[in-house]
Design a protein around this ligand. Structure first.
Ligand code: SF4
Length: 321
């Protein structure tokens, strides 16, 4: 399987440069692994707004409803500089498929960043988006954007990777701009989309059925909007299990009783959040090769992203964060 390389904007301190306020870099194993498969655009918004290294730390301060980027040791406000940089940078991106941003940073953190209520009061805090991270979510609400902390959770990581590589594959369809390319994409993603959103999958089918009434660019834009929405939420466990059982049904005459029992027991382990989806998909992939199941071998569901990017051994945590 060939995987086109997604373009991902990443916080520069996650292994690319020693640009933290204290002059440190934070190596991240997952980001490091992704370098083989992804074209990264590293960025440090604090450096880009003119803050050097090392520098006094900044924080988010709430002044009533107003969110301020504040440097307590100097009393400087950097809100406008950061908003200006974020807008310019995000508008300048010609193509992007996703974002990996530094957890907890007042600049990069996409969600749940500590914000102090009042400049002097350090005892009351609330949670907000960081300045750059919040601008990313506002500018690209339907693209995958996660922090490196959440990506240690194997379920969130699987969902992030499925969205990232699916949207990148769709860019190939947009490049070719043919109805045949779109139909082929839709066909190969059928099981994956069924697991993500049955209603979204049906809507995408309706978009394709109307193809003679629209030009290719308008059709692809409509399909992309449906695709991004369908992939937005992690699929429900029940929907994914239905897809797994559907695929498993294709081997009903081929497997021994022991193999069937093992697979069904493994589904229960997946339901109980003890193993990731990739474990079950691995079994289906291996049987597809063994029994020459062409239909399944053509489905992206059994090979949605480079395999070395999810390993149960380093997953650490279960389903929810
Ligand atoms: S979190 Fe963002 S702003 Fe802070 S050092 Fe890392 S890249 Fe720079």
């Amino acid at each position: 399987m060939r995987y086109p390389r997604p373009t991902v904007v990443v916080s520069k301190c996650l292994g690319f440069a020693a640009c933290r306020y204290n002059g440190q870099v934070i190596p991240d194993e997952f980001v490091h692994k992704m370098k083989q498969h992804v074209d990264f655009i590293p960025v440090c918004p604090e450096m880009e707004t003119g803050l050097g290294v090392p520098r006094p730390p900044v924080r988010i301060v709430m002044d009533g409803d107003r969110k301020i980027l504040y440097q307590p040791s100097t009393g400087r406000e950097l809100t406008l500089e950061m908003q200006d940089f974020s807008a310019r940078f995000l508008e300048s991106l010609e193509q992007v498929d996703g974002f990996i941003l530094k957890n907890g940073s007042p600049s990069c953190g996409p969600r749940n960043v500590k914000a102090y209520v009042g400049r002097e009061n350090v005892s009351r805090t609330v949670k907000r988006s960081g300045f750059f991270g919040g601008s990313v979510l506002a500018a690209f609400p339907d693209l995958p954007a996660e922090d490196e902390g959440r990506l240690r959770n194997f379920t969130l990581r699987e969902h992030f990777l499925i969205r990232l590589f699916t949207l990148r594959r769709f860019r190939e369809v947009e490049r070719i701009q043919t109805i045949g390319g779109l139909v082929d994409f839709h066909t190969r993603h059928k099981l994956l989309l069924l697991g993500s959103s049955q209603s979204g999958m049906r809507e995408m089918g309706r978009v394709i059925a109307r193809h003679d009434k629209k030009n290719a660019a308008a059709l692809l834009a409509e399909y992309r909007a449906c695709l991004e929405k369908a992939l937005l939420k992690p699929p429900s466990t029940g929907a994914v299990i239905n897809v797994l059982l559907h695929a498993f049904g294709g081997f009903s005459g081929d497997l021994s009783a022991g193999e069937k029992k093992f697979f069904l027991d493994s589904i229960e382990e997946y339901r109980d959040e003890r193993i990731p989806l990739s474990t079950l998909v691995y079994l289906l992939r291996s049987w597809s090769h063994r029994f020459g199941n062409r239909y399944l071998l053509d489905q992206v569901f059994i090979d949605p992203y480079p395999r070395d990017l999810v390993e149960i051994a380093d997953s650490g945590k279960g389903r929810d964060l």
